[in-house]
Write a protein that binds this ligand. Structure first.
Ligand SMILES: Nc1nc2c(c(=O)[nH]1)N[C@H]1C(S)=C(S)[C@@H](COP(=O)(O)OP(=O)(O)OC[C@H]3O[C@@H](n4cnc5c(N)ncnc54)[C@H](O)[C@@H]3O)O[C@H]1N2
Ligand code: MOO
Length: 337
């Protein structure tokens, strides 16, 4: 298809009084990247040296044809098509529109869908990874078309695919789920902590991770590396109807590592013991009568981004973690430890 919009090139020295057809970008490595001139700006005498400095020897005069869209409008329509719950749109900027989260929450984006859109060509739908935490105001995606002018039919195809996604999944292609405040029962295992040989450092670390996401430790117990003592604490916390039960320490291969066996013995269904992510490979994910029960290995106390930090926002968003969710964590899951 050929574009019918007329783009006339005008030498910059003859562009006085001309309205710019698109934003113009200036980049200075290490200090600046952004708009030097905004679409619609009327060129003045004083602008000419600055335009030459950013390499613009010519400017476009545009007469947009019917059925064709300027890059800004195309980007805006694509962003509108994808926008779901708790997503705000930025204004077109250098032909790009940002989709930002209005809350701290869990980003939902389907990778197959993003690939399908980008396979149309002449389009950039760039997103963050789905099922991850986003902070309020954080950008989760951006839309742009590659040429300055595109056929409206291309954008209509994007809109149709977005509408089909909504029909099939009952939600928009890009949305953010809110996190629910949860009350957590925390069981800290380890003879060295129970006996007072060393100070508990795991409790404060887990508290901080929960509180940052709006949840809290309702109660913490210190227990020795004794399977029966751990089991009875799990059963007690289940009875107290905490939203989640977390156990720390004793998750690896030593004889004193009793925590996975205790979680099993308490009757939990084990989704996975072992998570293909580093740090956090010794994490156990299970459910006890619908309550998430997690065994957290030592690294959760030490590292800021572990398998626990990937799963926690999903759990707080009320998602059920299945085995395939865990197995999928290996690809891109090496953060080093
Ligand atoms: N030979 C192997 N070694 C290790 C493996 C393995 O598979 N084979 N796994 C590694 C991974 S991964 C992790 S993570 C760590 C820790 O695993 P654990 O969860 O069993 O941790 P512990 O052995 O109970 O403790 C390790 C370390 O952390 C201190 N700790 C534990 N809880 C507390 C607390 N509440 N407050 C302060 N400090 C605590 C504990 O004293 C130990 O120093 O194992 C790797 N090794
Ligand atoms: O579970 Mo360890 O947790 O990978 O460092």
């Amino acid at each position: 298809m050929t574009i019918r919009t007329r783009l006339r090139e005008v030498p910059v020295e003859q562009a006085l009084g001309l309205r710019l057809a698109h934003d113009l970008t200036r980049i200075v490595p290490g200090s600046f990247k952004g708009r030097a001139f905004v679409k619609g700006h009327v060129v003045t005498e004083a602008d000419i040296p600055a335009l030459l400095d950013i390499g613009k020897a010519h400017l476009y005069v545009m007469e947009l044809a019917a059925g064709e869209l300027h890059e800004d409008e195309a980007a805006l329509r694509m962003a509108e098509a994808h926008r779901g719950e708790r997503i705000e749109l930025g204004r077109p900027h250098e032909g790009k529109v940002a989709l930002k989260s209005s809350i701290q929450g869990l980003v939902k984006i389907d990778p197959g869908y993003v690939n399908e859109i980008n396979a149309l060509g002449d389009i950039a739908l760039a997103t963050v990874l789905g099922d991850r935490l986003v902070e309020a105001g954080g950008q989760v995606a951006a839309t742009r078309v590659i040429p300055l002018v595109v056929e409206e039919a291309l954008v209509s195809r994007v809109e149709a695919l977005a509408a089909r996604f909504r029909e099939r999944h009952g939600r928009s292609p890009i949305e953010v789920k809110p996190l629910r405040p949860m009350r957590v029962g925390l069981i800290t295992t380890g003879g060295e902590v129970y006996s007072g040989r060393i100070e508990d450092r795991f409790g404060p670390a887990v508290r901080a991770k929960l509180e940052r996401l709006g949840s809290a430790v309702a109660e913490q117990a210190l227990v020795p590396d004794d399977r029966e003592r751990i089991v009875s604490k799990i059963v007690e916390y289940k009875g107290k109807e905490y939203d989640m039960i977390l156990l720390t320490g004793g998750m690896s291969v030593d004889p004193d590592d009793r925590t996975p066996g205790a979680i099993r013995a308490a009757g939990a269904d084990i989704v996975s013991y072992g998570t293909p992510m580093l740090p956090g490979s010794m994490l156990l994910m299970g459910y006890l009568g619908g309550t998430p029960v997690l065994g957290l290995p030592g690294c959760v106390m030490h590292d800021p981004h572990t398998s626990f930090d990937v799963l926690l926002p999903r759990l707080l968003a009320g998602e059920e973690i299945r085995r395939e969710d865990i197995t999928a964590m290996g690809y891109g899951g090496l953060y080093g430890c």
